[in-house]
Write a protein that binds this ligand. Structure first.
Ligand code: WTA
Length: 651
């Protein structure tokens, strides 16, 4: 990490997109209609007059009743498109089936073992309607929550869209989490309906989802129905009267269903994400503002055009998938590819072969994936014809200049601009990102999206140029999260209190003399492992729930491919016998408590953790040691000898 930071600070290369490319972009064409001459003028006019910008884009979507006011910003609370009547599904599906997109393919799907499926807009519309009718039949009403725990199969977007259609709030749980996460999220949201599948395969290995879900169902008192999709033909036990098969309840369901007219500000979904405490935060997004935000970024950042084939290679269980697999592509009427499996399975040519096979033109992935493929070597992408690509995207973690250049040359053949998009579960849409007309610097997310005011500030809230500081946002944006589910105080405290009424992102960044942003990573106790957000507190509480563990501290250890790895320091209970394989047992324990993404890469035994005299764990000391930074002032440490112990472990 520190080496990457050094290269980041020295990076001076600039890449200009070609004029042919920029002339054809959606943003360029839009600027012409608005008499805006260049990128700088666009940013300036948009931040001076956000209403002008957003009204023009909101007009491209259909409203049941026009809104009266673009936004009301009483920090930290925002409302957008006030008094409008709207439903994101009317715009994502209903309006397309009346127009030229009716027979267009909405989703192309490929499973890990190579099976394929596709759905046109009209087919997707009918499936969504059928499932929406099923949900209504089970008594789901506007405002109810539905919990979804599915792999990357087409029933996942169908279920989400069906909820939104009838005004229910979906809460999707990433299928790579263990079922305990599903239980906690069901109970927090009080869902009556849960949806899962029998199972799926990962690297050819069967993951039995339903079997896991069965273990938690007696601890979820609100659940009335568990809907099960038969995806992998696994033997499952169905428990009456709760469990029902998706294919049976869908069989005779009507293909027409009325779309609920929602208020602009009605909630669309909850998505839980990691914070600095062990309790995940239920981020709430709403119908209209979210729709306008993700639609606009899809149009201007990824420049989606009529004939594009879009592939966002994220999981729908994360915000990237919610925004840029499910909602934005449908809002803009695109054809998207969904892939269920692992990118390098059965060999490292898998995803490049799919780019060729489907003629993917815009491709969006995380730096971890880029770095992993860099390691496999150029011979894999070189086997395939990647000439259909015209634009590339990056998200989830800082992309180091070396990876950027490799992505640009080896995958994009030097002709595809890279959109390094910085955003978060909370922001819903890209906030700092290039547009295809921007000059690019490898490793920089460039500048704020039009109307967004971002800054880098010191501890006193003063702007910093050149050095590192807290990345903050000083404006509202339409797809801003509105609150944390059932936790409005935490919404204010976690994000808007450090600097009053200014959004604290939790990231450290640097702004250079050209106003370009260089994101450097999290500054709080949230880890970013392969682009996944994991809180140290969650992993620590999983560790201490093991009978042998007295105390645990978890820090991120720099890793060349994943960005960070989880590194745990454990104090065992006195008299606890150091049984053989205890490290493995502990690692397994965390996998079962949270899921494979939280697997610690290293476990170290220590006699104590560095603590202040009042007994507070000084995690920053361990962090500095593991990351190779100076430890700083340790005069308040009660047990400095532990620092030497940690030192020895790290060597
Ligand atoms: C990190 C994912 C650098 C950042 C969309 C942020 C990035 C966290 C970038 C949010 C980027 C996301 N460059 N870092 N382009 N994009 N991040 O909520 O640390 O899963 O705070 O949303 O990912 O993760 P989340």
């Amino acid at each position: 990490m520190s080496r990457d930071l050094d290269t980041l600070l020295k990076e001076k290369r600039i890449f200009k997109p070609s004029k042919i490319l920029t002339d054809e972009t959606n943003i360029k064409k839009w600027m012409e209609t608005q008499d805006v001459h260049d990128y700088d003028e666009l940013l300036e006019r948009a931040s001076e007059n956000p209403e002008w910008f957003w009204n023009d884009l909101a007009r491209e979507l259909e409203w049941f009743k026009p809104y009266r006011k673009t936004f009301e910003w009483n920090p930290p609370h925002a409302k957008w498109f006030l008094e409008g009547k709207f439903n994101i599904i009317h715009n994502a599906l209903d309006r397309h089936i009346k127009g030229p997109n009716r027979e267009k393919i909405a989703y192309l799907w490929e499973g890990e073992s190579g099976e394929v499926r596709s759905l046109t807009y009209i087919e997707l519309y009918k499936e969504v309607n059928k499932f929406a009718n099923v949900l209504r039949g089970f008594g789901v009403e506007k405002g109810d929550t539905v919990s979804i725990y599915l792999p990357m199969i087409l029933e996942l977007p169908i279920a989400m869209l069906a909820c939104a259609k009838i005004g229910a709030i979906h809460s999707v749980v990433f299928s790579g989490f263990w079922a305990k996460a599903f239980k906690d999220r069901i109970n927090d949201s009080g869902s009556k309906i849960a949806i899962t599948a029998d199972g799926f395969t990962r690297r050819g290995k069967i993951i039995n989802l339903k079997e896991n879900v069965d273990k938690i169902m007696d601890k979820t008192p609100s659940i009335e129905k568990l809907i099960v999709i038969n995806h992998a033909d696994l033997p499952v036990e169905m428990h009456s009267p709760t469990d029902v098969w998706w294919h049976e309840i869908m069989e005779n369901s009507d293909t027409e269903c009325k779309t609920e007219e929602m208020d602009s500000e009605d909630p669309l979904f909850i998505l839980y994400t990691s914070g600095t405490t062990g309790k995940p935060k239920g981020v709430v997004h709403v119908h209209a503002g979210y729709a306008v935000g993700v639609y606009t970024t899809m149009k201007f950042v990824f420049d989606i055009q009529e004939e594009d084939v879009w592939w966002c290679a994220a999981d729908i269980g994360w915000i990237t998938g919610h925004s840029y697999i499910v909602y934005a592509p449908l809002l803009i009427g695109a054809t998207s590819l969904i892939y269920e499996g692992t990118p390098d399975f059965p060999d490292p040519g898998r995803i490049w072969g799919m780019v060729e096979k489907y003629g993917v033109s815009v491709f969006y992935t995380a730096p971890t994936t880029v770095r992993m493929f860099m390691k496999f070597g150029e011979k894999w992408p070189e086997k395939y014809d990647l000439s259909s690509l015209r634009l590339l995207g990056s998200v989830g973690e800082p992309i180091n200049p070396e990876a950027w250049i490799w992505y640009y040359n080896t995958i994009g053949k030097g002709k595809c601009p890279i959109m390094d998009t910085w955003w978060q579960t909370e922001t819903g849409m890209h906030l700092i990102t290039p547009l295809p007309i921007s000059k690019l610097k490898p490793g920089s997310a460039v500048k704020p999206f039009p109307t967004v005011i971002a800054d880098v500030v010191d501890d006193d809230g003063k702007s910093v140029v050149g050095g590192g500081g807290h990345l903050v946002i000083k404006s509202t944006w339409p797809s801003m999260f509105r609150t944390l589910y059932k936790d409005p105080d935490r919404y204010v405290e976690a994000y808007w209190s450090t600097f009053k009424n200014i959004y604290l992102s939790g990231d450290v960044a640097r702004k250079d003399e050209d106003g370009y942003f260089w994101i450097q990573g999290r500054e709080d106790d949230v880890l970013n492992v392969a682009g996944h957000r994991i809180s140290t507190a969650e992993v620590e509480s999983a560790l201490v729930s093991h009978p042998g563990v007295a105390e645990a501290a978890v820090v991120g250890k720099p890793d060349e491919i994943k960005g960070e790895e989880i590194c745990a320091f454990i104090v065992l209970k006195e008299n606890y016998k150091l049984e053989e394989n205890l490290k493995e047992a502990l690692i397994n324990h965390v996998r079962m408590e949270i899921g494979p993404i939280a697997t610690p890469a290293c476990v170290n035994w220590v006699s104590d953790l560095p603590k202040t005299r009042s007994g507070k764990i000084m995690r920053r000391v361990i962090k500095a040691k593991v990351k190779g930074y100076p430890v700083g002032d340790i005069s308040t440490l009660a047990n400095p000898e532990v620092v030497d112990e940690i030192d020895k472990l790290i060597d």
